[in-house]
Design a protein around this ligand. Structure first.
Ligand SMILES: Cc1cc2nc3c(=O)[nH]c(=O)nc-3n(C[C@H](O)[C@H](O)[C@H](O)COP(=O)(O)OP(=O)(O)OC[C@H]3O[C@@H](n4cnc5c(N)ncnc54)[C@H](O)[C@@H]3O)c2cc1C
Ligand code: SF4
Length: 342
């Protein structure tokens, strides 16, 4: 059995408390919310913090403010289960409710938070292993070693961004609020990420992610599709988030705005702007969807360091983007509109 290393747990009651505790404890401290990612990682000695500052008792991190029509704010400490069942999220941002509801298993969704999900560690077959397994192969640069075992000779780590909700929040144009010793700042969710398997977040170690602000729902449709081997609890090895707005209320109008963001194909969520651009001004037809799906596969560059082969994951990008767009268009598998089938 793998055991946690010794550490001091400091539960914070307020945001100020949390920021102060992080400052007092110095570089050996980490924040913990549900602990569903961090504790297993600590057992494998991927992280060895001396102090953990707990966020679960901070009430304001669990609050929902506003309404979907004007923009809703979700506390970063909301559990994934709470996000998945939040009525306005389900009705107006179904892609987000779907992604939150597909993370791991029910037990972990009742504990894991959306903030922890966005900050979830990047993953790699050579890294998500016990200490002794990693030691036997000589470690790698993400922890304890100095080479990349996936791409020897590479100066960087290619571990994979594995959050389900991050690509969806990005596709929805959400903003994130951070509070740290230097005050607070808000930034677009995409600015939280960096394309590096080790330094995959731009936020400072002592900054607390407090909330996500979703823009007015205003006719946006969204969908999220996830590829994984075991549907009951695996991490994504491909995630496809699509958000778009049409000219008309029904599915026949031309696309006015579109965003397509891929998860688990790089060290950060990866947008597919050319695929989204080719849809603008077009109706969602089997032909326009096919063009967008082809273009969306281009920025998908999975490496051979997670489940399934990387050529398969790249091929599935095209398939999943096609499926997501068809779903948003109300098209069935043959390309007909739902009401024509009924
Ligand atoms: C078996 C298993 C299956 C899993 N499957 C999936 C999956 O399918 N998809 C998926 O996305 N994840 C999966 N996970 C990972 C994890 O359960 C989720 O990502 C969860 O949402 C993490 O949230 P948490 O609150 O538990 O984060 P924690 O473990 O508490 O923290 C994770 C990281 O985020 C940081 N952090 C947490 N909250 C904040 C905050 N408010 N501000 C700043 N930093 C913060 C922590 O310091 C830590 O670095 C799985 C985990 C396990 C063990
Ligand atoms: S991509 Fe390379 S450096 Fe990064 S975790 Fe995997 S083997 Fe280690």
């Amino acid at each position: 059995m793998m055991r946690l290393p010794p550490f001091t747990y400091r539960p914070a009651r307020t945001l100020d408390d949390a920021v102060k505790s992080m400052g007092d404890a110095g570089p050996d401290a980490m924040l913990v919310a549900g602990g569903t990612d961090l504790y297993p990682n600590m057992k494998r000695r991927q992280f060895e913090p001396k102090v953990l500052v707990g966020l679960t008792a901070i009430r304001e991190l669990r609050e929902v403010r506003g309404h979907a029509r004007d923009g809703i704010t979700l506390g970063a400490g909301m559990t994934l289960a709470a996000v998945a069942r939040q009525p306005e999220v389900r009705a107006s941002f179904p892609g987000l409710a779907t992604a939150a509801g597909l993370v791991s298993s029910p037990q972990l969704r009742n504990t894991g938070t959306i903030g922890g999900n966005v900050c979830v560690d990047t993953r790699c077959n050579y890294y998500n292993q016990s200490y002794h397994w990693r030691k036997a192969i000589g470690f790698c640069m993400k922890k304890d070693g100095d080479v990349c075992l996936v791409a020897p000779g590479s100066p960087r780590c290619w571990a994979v961004s594995s959050s389900d909700t991050a690509p969806v929040l990005w596709s929805l144009g959400a903003r994130a609020r951070l509070v740290g010793p230097g005050g607070e700042r808000t930034l677009p969710v995409e600015a939280l990420f960096q394309d590096d398997g080790i330094e995959y977040l731009s936020k400072r170690r002592d900054e607390v992610l407090t909330e996500f602000m979703l823009p007015p729902a205003d006719g946006w449709r969204s969908a999220y599709l996830k590829l994984r081997r075991r549907g009951s609890f695996d991490f994504p090895v491909l995630g496809v988030a699509v958000a778009l707005r049409l000219d008309d209320e029904d599915s026949r109008g031309a696309v006015r705005e579109a965003r397509i963001v891929l998860g688990a194909v790089a060290s950060q969520p990866r947008p597919a702007p050319e695929a989204a651009a080719v849809l603008i001004g077009e109706r969602l037809t089997p032909a326009s969807i096919e063009r967008a799906a082809d273009l969306a596969a281009r920025p998908s560059k999975p490496l051979d360091n997670t489940d399934f082969t990387h050529p398969y994951r790249k091929r599935m990008t095209r398939v999943f983007v096609r499926r997501a767009l068809r779903r948003l268009a109300g098209l069935d598998a043959e390309g007909r509109f739902d009401e024509e089938v009924a």
